[in-house]
Write a protein that binds this ligand. Structure first.
Ligand SMILES: Cc1cc2nc3c(=O)[nH]c(=O)nc-3n(C[C@H](O)[C@H](O)[C@H](O)COP(=O)(O)OP(=O)(O)OC[C@H]3O[C@@H](n4cnc5c(N)ncnc54)[C@H](O)[C@@H]3O)c2cc1C
Length: 360
């Protein structure tokens, strides 16, 4: 029997994770990327895996619980399959609290995944200048190096028989009546039982000719990478002004700006200087830290903060997976599982807030 086929547009973490999921479920998969795998936002991310930290901001968000349980198992599976790794570690996230009232109310949250830490318990805090009343520590959260994760996924897709086409922009979706039948690239027409648009912020351009208005806007983020001082703690530090992610290569990834409506991924002097100013004001001891790199990326941010996943009302054969905003790296394996389930006709009521049916 012929296996079902999917053409996926976009080789970011969302498209690649979906390709991996569907391939494992027996689909014939073609992944088309206009540049190279992870060329877009995915390689520009800081790589924070802040499931518990995020759940605190979005109470009742079941996805963070599901996604946390799933992410590390998904990664272990990838690692075993490819023999590669991506600097993944559950180093924890420490969120600085500035007000004593926040510490008092945070005490109510203490549990297996989050606890309150007193300032005195953090030796490095002597070097931190802004007010700090204490901190929250999310012990089970972690970090990944997204560029290395991209190389792992590309290897996994290649080894598992996904057809990967790079440096080939999709120009239009191929339609026939109310059905999407594939895509037209600069050099060929590719047909599939399903066409999946996972093109990040550019998904809008592909869907607009079908009269699908995608409420996803570009928000640029910039990052600087500096040498990590020997006194830096092993975990991610989040302050009201910035976050700093320690990697095992002894660097610190510090981000990020939030620039609404900016489509260019290029880092700017203003972005770099504002990040470096915030970092130095907080930690004057870092003023002499060597600056190693700076980069920018464009987050696909949806209006209501939730991505658009699954089939689109009014179109057969069309699926979207877009709008993961500031959390696509931690969200992608869960997204892949949910979209694959939706395609196979399974539904969970908790997916209502992420369904692409709300586009209609
Ligand atoms: C500075 C910054 C920091 C971040 N930090 C974190 C973090 O710490 N943790 C976290 O979880 N997330 C983080 N994110 C968010 C995360 O990077 C995104 O949510 C995620 O990468 C989105 O993935 P995507 O696959 O939807 O989009 P993308 O990675 O942008 O992928 C879309 C792909 O589609 C391709 N494409 C577009 N149009 C076409 C076309 N016509 N034909 C073919 N291909 C096409 C693009 O080239 C691109 O490769 C951060 C983002 C930024 C910018």
């Amino acid at each position: 029997m012929r296996s079902a086929t999917a053409v996926i547009v976009g080789g970011g973490i969302v498209g690649a994770a979906l390709a991996w999921e569907l391939r494992q479920a027996g689909w014939g998969v073609t992944l088309i990327e206009k540049d190279e795998i992870f060329a877009g936002a995915s390689s520009r991310a800081a790589g924070i895996l802040g499931f518990d930290a995020e759940a605190l901001d979005k109470p009742g968000a079941q996805w963070t619980v599901d996604a946390r349980d799933q992410w590390f198992a998904w990664y272990d599976n990838l690692q075993e399959f490819t023999g590669l790794s991506a600097d993944v570690e559950r180093v924890g996230i420490l969120r600085v609290l500035t007000e004593h009232e926040d510490v008092a109310s945070a005490l109510a949250l203490s549990g297996p995944h989050v606890r309150v830490v007193a300032r005195d318990a953090m030796p490095w805090a002597d070097r931190y200048r802004p007010p700090m009343a204490g901190a929250l520590f999310f012990a089970h959260d972690g970090r990944v190096d997204p560029r290395r994760l991209g190389r792992m996924l590309e290897r996994a897709l290649d080894l598992s028989g996904v057809r990967i086409i790079t440096a080939e922009p999709v120009q239009t979706l191929l339609t026939h009546g109310p059905r999407v039948e594939g895509v037209v690239t600069t050099s060929e027409t590719l047909r599939g039982d399903l066409t999946i648009v996972a093109a990040g912020v550019k998904a809008r351009d592909l869907l607009a000719p079908l009269d699908i208005a995608l409420p996803v806007k570009p928000v640029r983020g910039q990052i600087i990478q500096v040498e990590q001082p020997p006194w830096w703690p092993p975990y991610v530090v989040e302050t009201p002004e910035f976050y700093a992610v320690p990697r095992s290569d002894k660097t610190l990834v510090v981000g990020s700006t939030w620039e609404e409506g900016v489509e260019s991924p290029t880092a700017t002097l203003e972005g770099v200087s504002s990040l470096s100013r915030s970092l130095q004001e907080a930690f004057p001891a870092l003023s002499e830290a060597p600056l190693l790199q700076a980069w920018g990326g464009v987050r696909p941010v949806s209006e209501d903060g939730w991505p658009f996943l699954g089939p689109v009302a009014g179109w057969d054969g069309l699926v979207v997976a877009v709008g993961h905003g500031a959390h696509g790296v931690m969200w992608a394996p869960w997204t892949a599982m949910v979209v694959a389930s939706m395609i196979e006709g399974r539904w969970d009521p908790s997916w209502d807030r992420v369904t692409a049916r709300r586009l209609g």
